[in-house]
Design a protein around this ligand. Structure first.
Ligand SMILES: [Zn+2]
Length: 344
């Protein structure tokens, strides 16, 4: 019995096509349902969205550096410090990363891991060293706060990279958060993972890796402890990428080898993105809360973001996603996966 269901529904609409002498043309839209959450997403609006190459030089000027809170020497002078009961040193340093509290927090513990001394770090310069130091600073912060037993079960590292992602500051910074309120997607993933385990006595995360590998259509590749997939029902217009560590769970399970693998997977995705002029994304790295190890695994979601054009820089999020709460992708995950494999 196939326990994971890949459910789809195809809709057809007809237009009289001006590109073909106003002859009748049928256009298909596919609705897909996420195999974990059951939520719908569509494959639609084909041929209308293409990432554009951006020129970063106007962002990387002395004037912009002097206005940026994360550029040296501003970072030392004008960013906040943690109170001594949270972090006696006030801020945490690892390599080029400085971890500090968000002056405009989203949560009980809302940190920023400023990843570099440089203000603009395009994808090709996001080196394994910068990525590793940022993740490790976030993890060190998590462990320090976890030791204080605040009863906050949810840990995640968020990242809005470059302006199309909604990142207000170009200077790269991840956002490690610790909370007792996981947010909708994390909560739905947890609840449905628990339900799946109760029904099938199997971890959904192990199963999705096994099933996708067997099917091969959305299976990008694997590393020693992780499996990398493209989501069946993507959350972003240019798809959604998953890095799953089936046997790694809480913040205490993540050792240096896991971080290295995470970085290695990301570097491979980045080469693919560069080939398509994708230079921005949203990322979430979700850790299993204590007690959920049987059914929840460490995983990363990465959603490329883009401006629809560089004239007015319209966002790739519109009323369909915001008001209908219906994500759509303009690419087929299976086609993307075939292209991506050569970068793996
Ligand atoms: Zn800066």
């Amino acid at each position: 019995m196939l326990m994971i269901e890949f459910k789809t529904k195809v809709l057809t609409t007809t237009i009289m096509d001006p590109r073909d002498n106003f002859n009748r043309k049928e256009i298909e839209t596919e609705i897909r349902f996420d195999p974990l959450t059951g939520e719908s997403s569509r494959l639609a609006h084909f041929g209308m969205i293409k990432p554009q190459k951006e020129d970063f030089s106007s962002w990387d000027t002395p004037e912009n550096h002097s206005r940026c809170p994360f550029c040296p020497p501003n970072i030392e002078k004008i960013t906040p410090r943690f109170p001594p009961e949270h972090l006696p040193e006030g801020r945490l340093h690892r390599g080029e990363t400085t971890l500090l509290p968000n002056i405009a927090p989203y949560d009980q513990f809302s940190a920023l891991a400023v990843m570099s001394r440089d203000h603009v770090v395009p994808l090709e310069k996001l080196s394994p060293r910068l990525l590793k130091d940022a993740f490790e600073a976030g993890l060190e912060f998590f462990r320090i706060i976890a030791a204080k037993k605040y009863q906050l079960p949810y840990y995640a590292i968020m990242w809005n990279y470059m302006p199309p992602s909604g990142g207000g500051i170009v200077h790269p910074h991840q956002q490690p958060i610790i909370s007792d309120a996981p947010g909708n997607l994390f909560r739905k993933a947890l609840e449905n993972s628990r339900r799946y385990y109760q029904a099938h006595r199997q971890s959904y995360w192990k199963e999705i890796c096994r099933v996708e590998k067997e099917k091969g259509q959305r299976f990008i590749g694997e590393l020693e402890r992780s499996c990398w997939l493209i989501s069946f029902a993507p959350l972003g217009v240019m798809g959604e990428f998953l890095g799953i560590f089936p046997d790694v769970h809480t913040i205490f399970d993540v050792d240096e080898t896991v971080v290295d693998e995470l970085v290695s997977g990301l570097e491979r995705l980045f080469s693919y993105f560069l080939s398509l002029n994708i230079y921005s994304f949203n990322m979430g790295l979700f850790f299993a809360p204590a007690g959920t190890e049987q059914y929840f695994s460490l995983h990363l979601r990465l959603i490329p973001r883009l401006y629809l054009n560089l004239v007015h820089r319209p966002s790739d999020i519109n009323a369909v996603q915001m008001i209908l709460q219906e994500p759509f992708a303009v690419v087929y995950p299976e086609k993307q996966c075939a292209e991506l494999r050569s970068f793996w």
